[in-house]
Design a protein around this ligand. Structure first.
Ligand code: AHR
Length: 660
């Protein structure tokens, strides 16, 4: 049937005949607005995986800055007379280094930090080096030299961007100096050495670009944060994923350790350092430098609703389903208190304990938290048993906060079928569904939400990505199928209230999981086609759905629909109709958009077509070619209320028309 039509289309085109407009006529009912589209559509899910935080979005360039990794000098190389001490000024990070005179006057004492896959710096930019230091043996002053060092292809080293720092107190003090490299170098090392005769103690050695996102000192990489802002996300889910749960309860993400002075935030093991033996990164820890305060601030600055997720007292059930990895439900109090305190931290008045901490950190105003997730991919009866007391306590103290439960790690099947009714029973406000699935699944799920129960919790498509069969990397076709699937999210705006692709970030040299939405190295950022799909939906989400049908049926890629998926919305603010169409087939296809129900004097004008297309379905943007596939925008004209177009094979297209 499909071949038949393709042949006909090709033939028709070759003889210059316009293909029958009725072939794929999509009728958009303009008279009646459908469901309002939630402001939380479409969002972002952040997890510290693939060096997404430390070594990624968090702009710190020094690894193991507090000497607290289990091997205290991991990431550091020492020379001369360096010793590790453990009675430092920061209670949770007691280790520091002592630089004393080497035995021989001509020798040097110091250390070098390798950064995250090197220390990446740009010519002409400013970098703030800071260190806590003291003179432990008295004396008036001592000097350390700080420099960035490049190694050339012959193995020769040379320092650039050098500064001296004078240490002048026997008390611990913070010192800082600006380095301004005269070259761009993605893989330098940071060298610090004693430049005078007096012994010096050093703690919390840090190097940040001055030009961070919004200029914050404990800030974020500007290019990566900008990529997030450019999506205009509706919601920002953090801090994970599996890292919320931990491999064991000890290593779960503990938000209380991630706030307060950055020097005193302890490190946490990052489970992604060992999850996949073939992608093993023994130096991958969480510094908590980008903690909950920074997450809330970022959410605000990119205009997204913050959505923190907390442990429900169950460690990762994939990795560790032993009973000692579960808190007995009768001992959940401190976990529940963590959730209540978090709401106070985000929203509480400055007279409250946690509200005061937020104010002390620089944000006296409330962060206006509205949502909280409890548990990530939990399953089995343990999960509802653990969730229930959280729901009771949160409802009692904060009845307006919306609570998000989980349907487990699968998009269907036993756990999913068990958990959805449980979430209904517990009256969770939203249910977080996760699906990393192959092409076939995405092609078959266009109508997934069309028949969901409208009376229960709303849907949060919290983690999803098309994982091509045998092609678990970013490529155009995966992104196209995500777009096709997302037309179903859009059509079901009455029940789908949030959606976030996953994971967000990946360092090209340090990934554990792919595909991902944004790739980066030490100096560059790559927006993938999946990124552009998310962005096209988010920037064109509209205010209300509109009914769109072909042969009186939703366009969901079902049998007889020629691999087409489509949805339509109305944007009240600029009086625009927006139609999204994915052609997942191998065929070029004519379509007609018929805007039905418009009054005679209504005109549609200023037509715009934004298209994502690649002839090579396996291709995506790369560090070398970051703009290989980007949305192409052009003007299109519309005749009355009818628009005709030819959809090339494998394209995702957004059409916009203003109503006059
Ligand atoms: O996104 C990567 C992981 O996938 C998340 O941590 C987890 O929630 C899911 O299994």
């Amino acid at each position: 049937m499909r071949m038949h039509k393709a042949l006909f289309t090709a033939l028709a085109l070759s003889v210059g005949i316009t293909v029958s407009a009725q072939t794929n006529e999509m009728v958009i009912q303009t008279k009646k607005l459908g469901a309002p589209i939630q402001s939380t559509m479409y969002g972002l899910f952040f997890e510290d995986i693939n060096y997404g935080a430390d070594g990624g979005l968090y702009a710190e360039l020094v690894k193991n800055r507090s000497f607290e990794f289990p091997q205290n000098l991991m990431g550091w190389k020492t020379f001369g007379n360096v010793s590790l001490q453990e009675d430092g000024p920061f209670e949770r990070n007691p280790h520091y280094v002592r630089l004393a005179n080497p035995e021989h006057a001509h020798k040097r004492t110091g250390l070098e930090n390798e950064g995250f896959f090197g220390v990446g710096v740009k010519q002409g930019e400013e970098y703030r080096f800071s260190v806590w230091a003291r003179l432990p043996e008295g004396g008036k002053e001592s000097k350390i030299r700080v420099e960035l060092v490049k190694t050339n292809s012959m193995g020769e080293q040379h320092g650039f961007a050098t500064q001296d720092v004078v240490i002048n107190s026997t008390e611990w003090k913070k010192y800082q100096v600006i380095l301004k490299p005269n070259i761009t170098e993605p893989k330098s090392v940071l060298r610090i050495f004693l430049a005078s005769n007096t012994t010096v103690d050093l703690e919390h050695v840090s190097l940040f670009p001055v030009d961070t996102w919004k200029g914050h000192e404990n800030g974020l990489r500007k290019d990566l944060a900008q990529a997030l802002a450019d999506i205009k996300p509706g919601v920002f889910r953090f801090p994970g994923g599996c890292i919320v749960e931990g491999t064991d309860l000890e290593t779960r993400y503990d938000w209380k350790k991630s706030v307060g002075p950055v020097e005193n935030r302890p490190i946490n093991e990052n489970r992604w350092h060992y999850t996949f033996p073939h992608r093993f990164y023994p130096d991958y820890y969480q510094s908590y430098g980008m903690g909950f305060y920074e997450f809330f601030l970022l959410s605000k600055e990119i205009g997204a609703e913050p959505l923190p997720v907390l442990s429900c007292g169950l460690a990762c059930q994939f990795q560790n389903n032993n009973m000692d990895a579960h808190v007995p439900t009768c001992e959940l109090d401190s976990y529940i208190q963590d959730a209540l305190d978090l709401i106070e931290f985000a929203n509480g008045d400055v007279s409250t304990k946690w509200g005061k901490l937020r104010a002390d950190m620089g944000h006296p105003e409330s962060f206006n938290l509205k949502f909280i997730g409890i548990g990530n991919e939990q399953w089995g009866p343990e999960y509802p048993e653990h969730l229930e007391p959280f729901i009771k306590a949160i409802r009692k103290a904060y009845p307006d906060i919306k609570i998000i439960g989980s349907s487990g790690p699968d998009s269907e099947g036993k756990q999913f079928d068990y958990l959805w009714p449980e979430m209904k029973r517990l009256k969770a406000d939203l249910v977080d569904e996760h699906f990393y699935r192959p092409e076939k699944w995405f092609l078959e799920q266009g109508a997934r939400y069309d028949n969901y129960d409208r009376k229960g919790p709303k849907v949060f498509a919290g983690e999803y990505a098309c994982h091509g069969k045998g092609k678990k990397w970013n490529h155009f076709n995966a992104a196209l199928l995500e777009a096709a699937f997302m037309t179903g999210l859009e059509r079901n705006a009455d029940i789908v209230h949030m959606a976030t692709y996953a994971p967000l970030f990946a360092h090209v040299e340090g990934w554990q999981w792919r595909p991902d939405m944004i790739w980066f190295d030490n100096l560059n950022c790559v927006r993938t086609v999946s990124y552009y799909v998310q962005q096209l939906f988010a920037l064109n989400k509209g205010s209300h759905t509109l009914n769109l049908t072909m042969n009186n049926k939703n366009v969901t890629g079902a049998e007889g629909q020629n691999g087409l998926f489509a949805s339509a919305v109305w944007e009240e603010a600029d009086q625009t109709y927006i139609v999204k169409v994915a052609n997942t087939s191998n065929n070029s296809q004519p379509i007609t958009l018929n805007f039905s129900g418009l009054k005679k004097n209504n005109k549609l004008s200023n037509g715009v077509c934004i298209k994502l297309r690649s002839q090579d379905l396996d291709k995506d943007n790369t560090i070398e070619n970051p703009d290989a596939i980007v949305p192409q925008e052009s003007n299109v004209s519309i005749d009355g209320h009818i628009f005709n177009a030819e959809l090339e094979p494998h394209t995702f297209t957004v059409y916009k028309f203003e109503k006059r």
